[in-house]
Design a protein around this ligand. Sequence first.
Ligand code: FES
Length: 112
Amino acid sequence: MKKQRLCALDELQDKDARGYAMMSSAGKEVSLIVVRQGKKVHVYLNRCPHTGVNLEWQPDRFFDLDGAFLQCATHGALFRPEDGYCLRGPCAGDSLQAVSAGVSDGWVVVEI
Ligand code: FES
C-alpha cells in the first residue's frame, strides 16, 4: 500500500463528508467516504456492512438529517463518524471499514 493524496482538506466542510473514487495501489477502483472533523479526517470504504452497497442516496449526502451520524440510505443504518461503528440498523455492532488516513500540508492523504 502506498500513500496517495486524495483531496485538499479545504474541499471538505467541517462536520461533513464527501465521496471520492480512486485507484488503490493494487489497481482496484475504490469508493471512499471522507469525514472532516476540524483538522482531522476519517476515511472509510463506501460500503455498508449490511449488503455492501454504497451508503449515500445522493452524491456526497452521507449524514443523517441531524448531521450526527453517517447513514446508509438503503435501510437506514447509522454509523458514528469518528470510528464507523454501527449503532442502529440491520448491521448494528459492525463497522465501516476504516482506511488509514491523515492530513499533510493541507492535503488529505490515504494509504490504500
Ligand atoms: S444496505 Fe445499509 S443498512 Fe442495509
